[in-house]
Ligand binder design. Structure first.
Ligand code: ADP
Ligand code: MG
Length: 451
């Protein structure tokens, strides 16, 4: 095997990351980073200042680790360094703690230690999912099989999945936790390396299979086929299967009907965006966990400001706490307002919402390419994505319909108006579409705000 330097490995990692995140985001957070050292299982990345270190630590760690693991080893520990000093995470998590590796997508050693039932705050938005997850954890294979949990980004699906995993582990059930993406990669590698039998055995010999973000296998026929067989064998043997997805099975158009119907065999539960009460309860729990008692007014302020995504809610709380630390003071309303103003005030941003940014976000969400959306493709999913793009551009920019038509493959103004009307009507009917559009808008705004 060729030994590569930390700098080379990091450059390769950056190459992968560049494809996965938006250009402005990449420029702001990654451009001035450098691979410094790779010894044992520690990978040290130099970053220009504490603010970047904090941001990367809190928001991009799992994504970075995912790429790094592919290029190094599964137990790699990522450490940020600022001016020759190691950065210590303000979230209290130990920097380089190997357990953080199981955050998202890649779980070589188990589960995120923070994702347990005890730290999961119940609310009306997730009550059913929570109860079902508990039932499954207590009685694997005998209650709801499969359990299919779906909902938008950052609403706690992975958290519940890992909580089930922790419980299963403590009752000695052999559990395998993977993601749709990892399953796909392993499947492809097993074919390439002629190890399909090993792959089969690995997946079909477990007591419980937890699979995160299954939507990833949509459109990948052979992988889906392989998953179908894995599913059947495990299900026939009464092994528990838990699946998460960003959408319900019926909205996975690329999935073969027979697999879709399997997903619907057990119980399907939706996690919805948290209401204000739940957001407050989560903020309270998270600040207690951090050993901080925050002014209830400060928590309310955050809870009002961040409405749709629990990951962002946590991020904003962290930001307020970090601000207070930086200024050696306690988080007051004034300070929190200032900390969050930065986050939500688009006026001072040096980039604004452009049609291309929107098309990119829509394409991402539908797992298409921006060109697919601009092209003439007429399949159902692409047409829907195109309409959604038109609708969001109309909402988020002041571009006239004629111009919107032009950027979306020279379509005429009437087509744009019709599409917008159609989506506006469908949103009322379909909670899936409503959530999807909210998610996309949120992605766009979080990109803008992080600049
Ligand atoms: P998803 O997989 O749906 O995108 P995650 O499970 O990764 O979302 O959750 C995002 C973050 O929000 C995690 O840090 C998780 O611990 C936290 N979180 C989500 N839901 C809850 C909840 N009900 N109580 C406490 N924390 C939560
Ligand atoms: Mg997740």
């Amino acid at each position: 095997m060729v030994t590569r330097t930390a700098r080379e490995i990091w450059e390769a990692t950056l190459g992968e990351l560049q494809i996965q995140i938006s250009k402005p985001n990449y420029r702001t957070w990654f451009e001035k980073t450098i691979g410094l050292d790779f010894q044992g299982n520690q990978f040290i990345v130099g970053v220009p200042n504490t603010f970047v270190a904090e941001y990367l630590d809190q928001n991009q760690r799992s994504l970075i680790e995912k790429s790094l693991i592919g290029l190094t080893s599964p137990d790699i520990q990522l450490v940020f360094q600022v001016n020759g000093k190691r950065h210590t995470s303000s979230s209290g998590a130990q920097v380089g703690n190997p357990t953080t590796l199981c955050a998202q997508g890649t779980y070589p050693h188990g589960f995120n230690p923070n994702y347990v039932f005890d730290s999961y705050v119940e609310g009306s938005c997730n009550r059913l999912a929570y109860a079902a997850a508990r039932a499954v954890a207590q009685n694997p294979g005998r209650t709801y099989n499969p359990l299919f949990i779906y909902g938008g980004v950052g609403l706690g699906k992975t958290h519940l999945l890992h909580a089930i995993g922790h419980a299963a582990q403590s009752s000695q059930v052999t559990t395998l936790c993977t993601s749709g993406e990892q399953f796909t990669n392993e499947f492809i590698n097993s074919i390439r390396e002629r190890k399909t039998e090993e792959f089969r055995t690995k997946y079909r010999s477990v007591g419980m299979l937890l699979i995160d973000d299954i939507h990833f296998i949509g459109g990948k026929e052979q992988t889906a086929e392989s998953f179908f067989h894995t599913f059947n064998e495990l299900h026939n043997a009464n092994r528990q299967i838990v699946i998460t997805s960003d959408r319900p099975p019926k909205s996975m158009p690329y999935l073969a009907d027979r697999l879709r119907s399997r997903f619907e065999w057990g119980l399907m539960v939706e996690i919805q965006p948290p209401d204000f009460e739940t957001r407050l309860a989560i903020l309270r729990a998270k600040s207690e966990y951090r050993g901080m008692t925050l002014d209830p007014n400060v928590l309310e302020l955050i809870g009002h400001k961040i409405q749709r995504n629990i990951r962002e809610l946590e991020g904003s709380l962290n930001r307020v706490i970090a601000y207070a630390r930086l200024l050696c003071t306690v988080p007051t309303i004034d300070l929190a307002t200032k900390a969050l103003e930065d986050l939500t005030d688009t006026q001072h941003c040096n980039i604004s919402i452009t049609p291309d940014l929107i098309i990119e976000a829509v394409a991402d969400s539908f797992q298409l390419s921006p060109d697919d959306i601009k092209d003439r493709k007429r399949d159902k999913e692409t047409v829907l994505a195109r309409r959604v793009a038109m609708y969001i551009i109309r909402q988020e920019t002041s571009l006239p319909v004629v111009k919107i038509g032009q950027v979306l493959g020279r379509r005429d103004a009437a087509a744009v108006t019709n599409a917008c009307q159609k989506i506006a009507g469908d949103i009322d009917e379909s909670s899936y579409l409503r959530r999807k559009i909210l998610d996309i808008q949120q992605r766009i705004h979080s990109q803008i705000h992080s600049n």
